[in-house]
Design a protein around this ligand. Structure first.
Ligand code: DX5
Ligand code: ZN
Length: 220
């Protein structure tokens, strides 16, 4: 397993997104939080901004859709060229169809679970996805405190993934920073979203290197 770091532009300067993308040349992905003010109590950006970002950076885009109707909107992000598109199980009404449409459009398909959503009911969907995203804060805002209560679920998710061949990436998102990333890696996560820990640092690229080193010491 290789450590991947996906800095969240939610903590970047929205007026200078191309420059902010350029500040993290060592990022594996650029994490883009799409929020619709319905699924979560916050409003960010949508498809036109993702399309503009795709032209402005060669770093693959990791779209995290926190919207009420992902079945309707997710395929368009994949068709636009996002490398990965993740939908929430709490919002999707036809997750299997939507995940298949994301893959058919050439993107990696991700399934996200809120902190209080159990992973076990989704075991049979592991063959439909390329990444499982476990939220480690309630979705909606950057800069929140990491929820340790999710750690046992990360461990159980890692076991399920290994039982199914180990191909699915396990992403954590929320409160991931130098003081929490090791716990996540030790529990079995391999893709780490970090917003404030990267863009709140004086040198975002250096912050990524440090997070990567910390996580790597715990990954098998
Ligand atoms: C929260 C978003 C996260 C957010 C993480 O709902 O999904 O991607 O940007 O921010 P930090 O790393 O500051 O908790
Ligand atoms: Zn996110």
């Amino acid at each position: 397993m290789a450590v991947q770091i996906s800095p969240s532009i939610l903590s970047a300067d929205f007026a200078r997104l191309a420059d902010e993308a350029a500040r993290v040349p060592n990022a594996d992905w650029l994490h883009v939080d799409v929020m619709d003010n319905h699924f979560v109590p916050n409003l960010t950006l949508g498809l036109p901004v993702v399309e503009a970002l795709l032209k402005a950076t060669s770093t693959p885009i990791d779209c995290h859709l926190m919207i009420t109707d992902p079945d309707r909107w997710a395929p368009a992000y994949a068709e636009a060229g996002a490398g990965s598109v993740t939908v929430h199980v709490e919002a999707a009404k036809a997750p299997i169809r939507t995940l298949r449409q994301i893959r058919a459009a050439g993107a990696r398909a991700g399934l996200a679970l809120n902190p209080a959503t159990a992973v076990e009911p989704y075991e049979d969907l592991l063959g439909e996805i390329d990444m499982l995203l476990l939220m480690t804060v309630e979705p909606g805002f950057g800069g929140q405190k990491f929820l340790d209560v999710v750690l046992p679920k990360i461990r159980r998710a890692r076991s399920l993934i290994e039982r199914h061949g180990g191909q699915v990436w396990l992403q954590v998102d929320g409160g991931v920073a130098a003081d929490t990333i090791e716990r996540c890696a030790e529990a079995g996560a391999d893709v780490f979203v970090a917003g404030s820990a990267v863009y709140g640092a004086a040198d975002p690229a250096l912050a990524i290197d440090r997070l990567r080193e910390l996580a790597a010491t715990h990954l098998g």
